[in-house]
Write a new protein. Structure first.
Lengths: 55, 176
């Protein structure tokens, strides 16, 4: 299915079906944001204070 | 908790007389007409009951109603289930009309109201951020607005000149 066809198909879904997709999109966005935050914390923890890096 | 559950809570507020009419706006409302677009919040435009002319509008009854039922306030949002909801009172005559003329629909037997595509486009034009302009283009590209009705709304609220500017900037050379 081409991109315009996919967009058309998605636009033709019922509002209820679209809202379920919004729920999924939001959950995915939050999961990505949380994993980024975890990665930042991990990187900060693994940062300059690590003895091997200070050497 | 899903958006459907959020709408059920808003409907309870309406039944309990905390809010009068309401209409979903923003990205969630745009999703009614277009393909689903990622958003992190729900914009609910509300008219409040018993508002005497000249009296300052306060969202306190909404906040009190929801916090007394355990919902949390986070900045300008109230978390209703998983979804942060921003309750907005109409700030312009256009938004007031958008609530009054909202389309009734249902989400798996939950009754709700969504702003018309023409009002969403007019409000996006009035708001005028980059993401609003991008959304207008989406509405036009997907043929989701009735151009005659849109022109009527734009004319009624003095937005025709701004629309011409928008067309020159974003639609010049396109089929729209």
């Amino acid at each position: 299915m081409s991109k315009p066809e996919l967009r058309k198909h998605l636009a033709s879904l019922s509002f209820a079906e679209k809202l379920k997709l919004l729920d999924k999109l939001r959950n995915r966005s939050l999961a990505i944001a949380a994993s980024r935050a975890k990665l930042k914390l991990k990187l900060a923890g693994d940062g300059p204070s690590r003895p091997e890096q200070q050497r | 908790m899903s958006i459907k559950a959020t709408l059920e809570t808003v409907n309870r507020m309406q039944n309990d007389g905390v809010i009068d009419r309401y209409a979903i706006g923003g990205a969630v409302a745009a999703t009614f007409y277009l393909e689903p677009m990622a958003t992190l919040d729900v914009d609910i435009f509300v008219s409040l009951p018993h508002k005497a002319p000249g009296v300052l509008v306060s969202l306190s009854p909404i906040y009190e109603y929801l916090t007394s039922r355990g919902y949390r306030i986070e900045r300008e949002y109230i978390s209703v289930g998983d979804w942060p909801v921003q309750f907005l009172v109409p700030a312009t005559p256009l938004e007031l009309e958008a609530i009054a003329q909202a389309r009734e629909t249902d989400v798996e037997e939950v009754r709700t109201w969504v702003m018309t595509a023409e009002h969403l486009v007019a409000i996006a034009l009035q708001t005028g951020r980059a993401k609003d302009h991008a959304r207008i283009v989406q509405f036009l590209e997907q043929g989701a607005v009735n151009r005659d009705r849109l022109n009527e709304v734009l004319a009624r609220f003095g937005l025709l000149r701004r629309w011409e500017q928008f067309e020159r900037k974003y639609l010049a050379g396109s089929d729209e």
